[in-house]
Write a protein that binds this ligand. Structure first.
Ligand code: KIV
Length: 260
């Protein structure tokens, strides 16, 4: 049965100010199926897969081919949750290219797409929305700018930065996005943007209870990538320790044939 994407987005939008919206990443069939069956509202096939699935140092190495490969199994698994496909770096440099990329992600099974940027991406978001594809914006810290900016740094620390984030929110909303992610932004700024924002905001590293919902990277939630854990992550399991234990136990249990 086809999903009622418009109905799902309307129901999530109606939660604003009443109930939190939950969003979690997933990049493969079994994880997406577990996340969907656990009742998460939105599954994001994030370009964070570059680090936690493909072993790159950041998201700037992720290509559209990588994203399509991971969106397909997630879309097969998610019967209920809204599936958002992330648009990788340099696949939305112009509004025309943005629309082409969004169409490719939808053809792979995404219900909606996400892209990073605010005022500079207003026309790009508008082109996608006008073609009937729902867009989630992404403002505050933009991981695809890590090389340009020389690292990751909390946003909204000066009045100018806070005002720029507010302008980014307004541009994303004007362009027709149904929601936006606010990443690694000072909590008072994230709260002020959320209060002024007519669509629902989703926070990550932007303080607890400052946004209409939260998103987490699946591996940060379950302890699945022990080599790097962001400061703001709240792990609720330690699956890497369990995997290591099971693998060692298996290795120690493999028997020799009887010696004759
Ligand atoms: O790629 C991703 O997982 C993201 C989230 C951190 C919002 O963009």
């Amino acid at each position: 049965m086809n999903k009622d994407v418009t109905g799902i987005i309307a129901a999530l939008t109606a939660k604003k100010g009443k109930a939190p919206v939950t969003e979690l990443t997933a990049y493969d069939y079994p994880t997406a199926r577990l996340v969907d069956e656990a009742g998460i509202d939105i599954i994001l096939v994030g370009d964070s897969l570059g680090m936690v699935m493909l072993g790159y140092p950041d998201t700037t190495h992720v290509t559209l081919a990588h994203m399509l490969h991971h969106v397909e199994p997630v879309a097969r698994a998610a019967k209920r949750a809204l599936v958002i496909g992330d648009m990788p770096i340099h696949t939305y440099d112009t509004p025309e290219q943005a629309l082409q990329t969004a169409r490719a992600l939808v053809a792979a099974g995404a219900d909606a797409v996400k892209l990073e940027g605010g005022v500079d991406k207003e026309a790009h978001i508008r082109a996608i929305v006008q073609a009937g594809i729902p867009v989630q914006g992404h403002i505050g810290l933009l991981p695809q700018k890590v090389l340009e900016e020389g690292g990751f740094r909390m946003k909204g620390r000066t009045e100018e930065e806070a005002a720029a984030i507010m302008r980014d929110m307004q541009a994303v909303v004007r362009a027709g996005a149904f929601s936006l992610v606010i990443e690694c932004t000072k909590k008072d700024v994230a709260a002020a943007v959320t209060a002024a924002c007519p669509v629902f905001t989703i926070g990550i590293g932007a303080g607890s209870g400052t946004c209409d919902g939260e998103v987490a990277v699946f591996h940060d939630l379950v302890g699945g990538f022990p080599w790097f854990v962001p400061k703001f992550a709240v792990p609720r399991a330690n699956i890497s320790a369990e995997i290591s234990r099971a693998v060692r136990e298996y290795a120690a249990s493999v028997p020799l044939p009887p010696q004759v």
